[in-house]
Design a protein around this ligand. Structure first.
Ligand SMILES: [Zn+2]
Length: 408
């Protein structure tokens, strides 16, 4: 979007002026999100006039989104142009909730990206009714809201991550094969089960939110095109091209786990055969390593302990999963020419044992690999990527349109 800053030769109509101001406020907040600066530095960085920056900063301070940080110049006074201005961490917080096959988790992330609260309820959710699981998730939200209030954080929104296809318009989880859920209005059910007084909530696929979490956390400098592979019982991918998440034409893309890698392989919960998650997902890894998939909260630490001890069966299981994973990733890279692959979810702690097999499998199958290397790296946020991405997604509205959020 390109809107002329105030002070340009174009004279905006009154309605445009309000729009321009909202846009400029987002530009100012973005500059401050990068690092604290004086008003003069914000003006220099954004190309806005000092007067415009000054009045927007006053409005953002009044709304509690930014705060002054003492003086930068020896004789400056608070409120003078030399004073640094920064985002106020307490000015906005997002609650992220992840409903996953192996448990539920929630975080509160403040406006500067700090995780201020964390809670989880491990346990296999398969076999539990959707209503029962979502009541537990609603309790996590109620607890997170209470904790945010105790810490003086203003919660601006709630993001919910689920392991399945999300119809974004209808706010319905269409299908989550590993949970056995179909057409579940997740947000509606959670809100009904909660104590009320909730801020706006949104629903999205966990791999998409994990990819957005990585993108917004800025941990892979230079990589604005990457695929994040989120591994768990299911396997999903979030594809980010040129800094934007690609969801596909109806929002259902990224289902890497259901890419066929062995046409005659084991049957998948989706009804097909030989899907990637059947030969590279957590259950397959645990079984191949000789560990029991049920009671998973103990199984993953047991797997890591076995790997650390050099247990041959465990090392081979993870290596084989990595080879299959590489087959799936190579298909994505051949299609989209992505140079960076981030391994998230359980693949992040397993990375030291996965890396070689994934890289070799990718390099063998990607046509361009000899001229254009593909980097396979662990995700920065690891297993937290989806839940942190969900919380951050709830804060994006604040950063994109701070005056609109303050007015609402
Ligand atoms: Zn499948």
């Amino acid at each position: 979007m390109s809107i002329a800053p105030t002070g340009s030769s174009r004279r905006p109509r009154p309605t445009d002026q309000a729009e321009v101001r909202r846009h400029n406020a987002a530009v100012v907040l973005e500059a401050l999100a990068a690092r604290p600066r004086s008003r003069a530095q914000v003006a220099a960085a954004t190309g806005l006039t000092r007067a415009t920056v000054g009045s927007i900063v006053e409005e953002l301070i009044a709304g509690g989104l930014v705060t002054e940080q003492g003086t930068r110049e020896p004789r400056g006074r608070v409120g003078r142009p030399g004073t640094d201005v920064a985002l106020d961490p307490a000015g906005g917080a997002g609650i992220g909730v992840e409903v996953n096959v192996d448990g539920l988790s929630a975080v509160v992330v403040d406006l500067v990206g700090e995780v201020r609260h964390r809670a989880s309820r491990p346990g296999d959710q398969r076999g539990r009714r959707a209503g029962e699981v979502l009541r537990s998730a609603a309790r996590l939200v109620d607890d997170a809201l209470a904790e945010s209030e105790r810490q003086g954080l203003r919660v601006r929104g709630i993001g919910v991550a689920v392991p399945g296809l999300v119809d974004l318009d209808a706010e319905v989880l269409r299908v989550a094969p590993n949970l056995g859920w179909q057409d579940v209005p997740v947000l509606e059910r959670m809100a009904k089960a909660g104590r009320g007084g909730w801020p706006p909530a949104t629903l999205d696929n966990e791999a998409n939110l994990a990819a957005l979490g990585e993108l917004w956390s800025g941990g892979h400098s230079g990589a604005d095109s990457f695929v994040l592979v989120n591994g768990d019982v299911g396997v999903g991918a979030g594809v980010v091209l040129d800094g934007r998440l690609h969801r596909g034409s109806r929002g259902f893309g990224g289902e890497l786990g259901h890419l066929t890698v062995a046409p005659d392989g084991p049957e998948c919960r989706c009804g097909a055969r030989g899907c990637l998650e059947q030969v590279a997902g957590l259950d397959w890894i645990l079984r191949s390593a000789g560990l029991e998939p049920r009671g998973r909260s103990d199984a993953v630490p047991a797997l890591l302990a076995a790997l650390d001890a050099g247990d041959e069966r465990a090392v081979r299981a993870v290596g084989d999963a990595g080879t299959s994973l590489g087959v799936g990733i190579a298909a994505l890279v051949n299609l989209f020419d992505i140079d960076t692959v981030l391994l998230g979810g359980i693949y992040a702690p397993l990375y030291p044992w996965l890396e070689k097999a994934v890289q070799a499998s990718v390099d063998r199958r990607v046509l361009s690999a000899a001229w254009a290397p593909i980097a396979v790296r662990p995700s920065r946020l690891g297993r937290d990527a989806a839940v942190v991405g969900a919380a951050q997604s709830a804060l994006r509205d604040v950063l994109a349109d701070p005056l609109g959020v303050l007015a609402g």
